[in-house]
Design a protein around this ligand. Structure first.
Ligand code: PLP
Length: 441
């Protein structure tokens, strides 16, 4: 079995020097969980500049869906780079953009009745959805959820309600957005128990919001992550999205699924909303769509994407190299990786649940496919958040060569490449076991 290999102190000498330079020249607004300076990577294994080898359960924040530098993706990028690097998809036509739009459209149940607007990132995909929803409905108000993360451009940031640091001194925000509690059963905002709760988290929108301060006929869209990502890998109750969908339909409100983190096979299905049995009106995609090349896509049914020429576009959006990377990524997902996400997700979940039987501090283990989170608590009864323990566990795992990321206030997320093997899952569980024992055992 292959294990991480840590040969130097961390950070090693080369990494330390580079981090000093980085501090001098790169924006201090970036959050770095640990001092890793990557040099090369393959599959789920990352080599740093000092020759240390790490097992990666972050996939560049759920981006490297096909693993780092998948040979077929790299080959496709090389071939496309020889043919055409850029043309400007908003002004000209080229085959990769048309082919990718057609392929993405075919992934929806009615197979081909969707149109795609390309951008370069998750925030841009959400931003485009925000603009389209207003323009199509001619309505100004929107609903989003506490704990949500939709990106950092002003529209997307106005929808985001994750951490105050992301908003501090950036106001004023885009007006007309109301945030409501998400379906978070472990910490139910209404202190109910599922399923006796009647899914009040969804019902409240119609029962209270629409009766008091928010006229539903003025609401353009509800923006929702199928599973909250940055907010803590929170899986809502099974009926939650169905109820949102029903409310949206009743008042001609658009339901926008932000699948930037959950989409492209991560949860074992192409789109996480498939787990909840609903089809949203608009979908935002990015991250895993192109295995690491920058690409965002906002997809809507053709009758909704009815804006005129000039209404919205991007110079780099739908770049031919990114589109080819995305087409190859989707092929790999359909051939085997989505199925692998289900199989290895179950193995990872089982391993984590076994650890939960041992460690009191693992308050909640939740997720779908290879999108799994653990919420750490000081006490299972009070559910007091164990923020410092969470940070120390991530740090300890790093020292042992396992890369993990936090999410929410006190959770760790597991979002490895979808190529992950049983052996790699077992190594992750074993390193995590040692780290939790050391910090909170
Ligand atoms: C659900 C969701 N939406 C939007 C974004 C923003 O994506 P980007 O960082 O590519 O702009 C993220 C990024 O983490 C995300 O998780």
């Amino acid at each position: 079995m292959k294990y991480p290999s840590i040969k130097t102190e961390l950070p090693g000498p080369k990494a330390s020097r580079l981090i000093c330079e980085d501090k001098k020249f790169v924006s201090p607004s970036y959050t770095r969980y640990f001092p890793l300076v990557a040099e090369k990577a393959q599959g789920a294994w990352v080599h740093d500049v000092d020759g240390n080898v790490f097992l990666d359960f972050t996939a560049g924040i759920a981006v490297c869906s096909t693993g780092h530098c998948h040979p077929r993706v790299v080959q496709a990028i090389k071939e496309q780079s020889d043919r055409l690097l850029h043309m400007g998809g908003a002004d000209f036509y080229y085959v990769p953009q048309i082919s990718l739009a057609k392929k993405l459209s075919s992934l929806f149940p009615d197979g081909g009745n969707h149109k795609v607007c390309f951008g370069n990132s998750g925030a841009e995909a959400v931003e485009a959805a925000f603009k389209l929803a207003r323009r199509h409905t001619k309505r100004e108000l929107n609903i989003a959820f506490f704990g949500s993360f939709h990106g950092r451009t002003m529209g997307a940031l106005s929808l985001t309600a994750s951490k105050t640091i992301q908003r501090t001194h950036f106001s004023s925000f885009v007006p007309g957005i109301t945030h409501v509690p998400y379906g978070y059963c472990y910490r139910c905002p209404y202190k109910h128990d599922y399923p006796q709760c009647g899914i009040e988290c969804a019902y409240w929108i119609e029962d209270t919001l629409f009766r008091t301060i928010m006229p539903p006929e003025e609401v353009a869209a509800i923006f929702v992550e199928p599973i909250q990502g940055e907010g803590g890998y929170i899986v809502p109750p099974p009926e939650f999205h169905m109820m949102l969908h029903k409310i949206a339909k009743k008042y001609d409100i658009l339901l926008v699924a932000d699948e930037v983190q959950t989409g492209m096979g991560r949860t074992g299905k192409m789109f996480a909303m498939e787990h909840f049995g609903i089809e949203p009106d608009i979908v935002a995609l990015a991250k895993g769509i192109a295995s690491g090349l920058p690409l965002g896509a906002m997809i809507a049914r053709s009758e909704i994407m009815d804006w005129e020429a000039g209404a919205h576009a991007s110079t780099f959006g739908g770049n031919p190299v990114s589109c080819i990377a995305a087409l190859t990524t989707i092929q790999l997902l359909e051939e085997e990786l989505m199925a692998n996400a289900t199989v290895q997700g179950q193995r990872l979940m089982k391993g984590l649940e076994e650890l939960q039987g041992v460690y009191e501090c693992m308050g909640d283990v939740r997720g779908k496919g290879l999108m799994i989170g653990i919420e750490f608590v000081k006490d299972r009864q009070t559910k007091e958040r164990a923020i410092a323990w969470r940070d120390e566990i991530i740090h300890s795992a790093f020292q042992k060569g396992l890369l993990l990321l936090g999410c929410g206030e006190n959770s760790i997320r597991f979002c490895p490449p979808l190529t992950i093997t049983s052996e790699e899952v077992d190594v992750c569980i074993s390193v995590l076991d040692e780290s939790i024992k050391k910090v909170a055992g």
